[in-house]
Design a protein around this ligand. Structure first.
Ligand code: CUA
Length: 373
């Protein structure tokens, strides 16, 4: 009797698997992966994954191997006698109770160690920076309480430093995830979560993702974690972020843009030194702004744009800020910032931004936002 009666079926299965693996290879390159950890927390998490995968693989191959072997070796033949019956055999039952118990204990201990690892500051550094991450629909805001500064879409951190992140939302549930640095933690309205992570490579940027469905633009709620060269590099960046916004020269294109900003954008956005309602730098106690009723005036709907020109992402990571294509005196057709401002609902349908910037005002507004380094 042939081992496999349907060679065609097996051929199509093998072909299907080959095709799937070819398609999956397209996921590599720039896709963030938990299997490529760049910090102690992520490494601990990926160790748990690998150890459990290896144990599971050994169990799978062992059990399936014995099963397949027995199925073939002891298959029914003409005139074969009734095989020996082992029901109630104490030795056999002890073996197949004790081995799985030991395996599950091993998995349990690895998991528990992982849980403690991620709940405590990584041991590789005694420096810590505090960050509060706010999940908005659909972008991330990062506030640094020690420095009284805020950014959107990009979290800048020094290397080899413990980052303690407090997670807030005043809208729906989001989930904070930087695959190369730290696993997912839900960001829940009314329930404050926190987490630790640390990066041990300098001059690198890692992709962050919202990992909990939070509305139509959930997939476009990305952010970057930018690791600076060293701590001094981080401090000089912070010093820049703490400044009030650049003041345009009177009569310049930027000054005209500032007027457009004041007329069209200040309901949702703030610029320190320009719009009255911009907190963050002036507010002595801004933590909890959006969730704290006492701080209702301190909550902005859109990102604080005080240093917009120093950023590199727009609209929750949907577009790169390609400043080289944004020459306000020339052609703006390839300028992502102009695309975003002129029709935000086309770029990211459903978002809160509804502006009506006159086409003739666009170059001035782009020039002004660009000047906010
Ligand atoms: Cu925020 Cu998904």
């Amino acid at each position: 009797m042939p081992l496999f009666r349907r060679p065609k079926r097996w051929a199509s299965l093998v072909a299907g698997l080959a095709l799937t693996s070819i398609l999956l290879t397209a996921c590599g390159e720039n896709s963030p992966s938990i299997l490529d950890p760049a910090g102690p927390i992520a490494r601990s998490e990926s160790n748990v994954f690998w150890i459990i995968l290896i144990i599971a693989a050994v169990v799978f191959v062992g059990v399936e191997g014995v099963l397949i072997y027995s199925t073939i070796r002891f298959r029914e033949r003409p005139d074969s006698p009734t095989p020996p019956q082992i029901h109630g055999n104490t030795t056999v039952e002890l073996i197949w109770t004790i081995i799985p118990a030991v395996v599950l204990l091993a998995v349990l201990s690895v998991t528990i160690k992982g849980i403690f690892d991620v709940a405590t500051p990584p041991a590789n550094s005694n420096k810590t920076i505090e960050v509060t991450a706010y999940g908005h629909q659909w972008w991330w805001e990062f506030y640094y309480p020690e420095y009284k500064m805020t950014t959107a879409d990009t979290l800048v951190i020094p290397p080899h430093t413990n980052v303690h992140v407090k997670l807030y939302s005043n809208n729906v549930i989001h989930s904070f995830w930087v695959p190369a640095l730290t696993g997912k933690t839900d960001v829940i309205p009314g329930h404050d979560n926190e987490k630790w992570f640390s990066a041990d490579t300098a001059d690198k940027t890692y992709v962050g993702i919202c990992a909990e469905y939070c509305g139509t633009q959930h997939a476009n709620m990305r952010f970057d974690v930018k690791v600076t060269h060293d701590n001094n590099d981080f401090l000089s960046w912070a010093q820049l972020q703490q400044q009030a916004a650049a003041v345009p020269a009177p009569g310049s294109l930027e000054a005209k843009g500032q007027e457009v900003f004041k007329n069209q954008c200040t309901t949702c956005h703030g610029i320190v030194g320009v719009s009255q309602s911009t907190p963050y730098l002036q507010d002595p106690n801004p933590v909890g702004r959006c969730d704290d009723p006492q701080n209702a005036n301190g909550c902005l709907i859109g990102p604080n744009l005080t240093h917009f020109g120093s950023r590199h992402l727009i609209a929750g990571g949907v577009l790169d800020y390609n400043a080289q294509d944004c020459n306000p005196g020339g052609d703006l057709s390839n300028c992502n910032l102009a695309k975003w401002i002129s029709d935000p609902q086309k770029v990211k349908p459903g978002n809160d931004m509804s502006v009506n910037v006159d086409k003739s005002d666009l170059p001035a507004l782009v020039a002004y936002l660009e000047s906010l380094k």
